[in-house]
Design a binder for this molecule. Structure first.
Ligand code: AMP
Length: 224
């Protein structure tokens, strides 16, 4: 059974869920600056729960899309997740505490380079980001038939599965390599620190201190 009431949990320690990949890579230097360093090489270890040099803090290494779920159910007190993923999750049971300002990118619509503009009234969209895409096209008054994919979305317009895709764009190289071009921005994305609502009540001091420390690091990086 899931322990959601926290009655049996120590209130003097924190579990933080970190999304694998780009977010993990860019979060670790921030954590290092506030004295949280994993006790083993996260990139190469097969372990998914990792102690840190701060005895009060443990890390869970999870899939990007799972980070908000671990926090929602209290398996982790805090989490680090992209805004794109949080919007798809819906923020249930979660507060957003801080914009870490890392892994910045844009969620964008994209089409084949040969396409001048999208059909105006009705179109088919392939994406992993169903909620954001639906909201975007609804706001434009366009009827979008959404096809959910879990990856390699660039293929969809090439093989005629969709008129356009909605996907994360950083340099634009992936789109270009597949003969696609970006059109409109759906969402500005960066990585956020999230907290479980119950944890925030039960562990207010620890969490407030951690957020304050991270805020200082993030601000000083932005000023630099
Ligand atoms: P790029 O070729 O630099 O535009 O990067 C696009 C690819 O990287 C796409 O497959 C995206 O899903 C992924 N990507 C880009 N930025 C991010 C990010 N901040 N977080 C996660 N994935 C990203």
């Amino acid at each position: 059974m899931i322990d959601n009431n926290f009655s049996s949990r120590p209130t003097d320690s924190l579990v933080i869920a970190l999304a694998k990949g780009r977010i993990l890579k860019q979060t670790l230097p921030l954590f290092e600056q506030i004295g949280i360093v994993p006790t083993e090489d996260v990139a190469h270890s097969r372990k998914l729960m990792i102690a840190t040099t701060n005895p009060k803090i443990k890390l869970l290494i999870v899939r990007t899309t799972d980070a908000p779920t671990y926090v929602q159910y209290g398996a982790a007190d805090l989490g680090v997740s992209g805004r794109d993923t949080l919007i798809e999750h819906g923020y249930t049971g979660i507060f957003e505490m801080l914009d870490l300002g890392i892994a910045r990118c844009k969620l964008m619509t994209a089409v084949l380079e040969s396409v001048a503009h999208l059909p105006e009234k009705r179109l088919t969209v392939a994406t992993k980001y169903v909620n954001s895409a639906r909201k975007h096209f609804a706001e434009q008054g366009v009827h979008a038939d959404i096809i959910k994919l879990y990856g390699s979305m660039e293929l969809a317009p090439i093989v005629g599965l969709a008129d356009c895709i909605v996907d994360l764009v950083d340099t634009g190289n992936t789109l270009k390599a597949n003969g696609l071009k970006p059109l409109d921005t759906v969402l500005e994305v960066s990585t956020r620190l999230i907290v479980n609502r119950v944890s925030l009540k039960m562990k207010t001091d620890l969490i407030t201190q951690l957020v304050a420390d991270l805020r200082t690091v993030v601000s000083s990086r932005e000023e630099a």
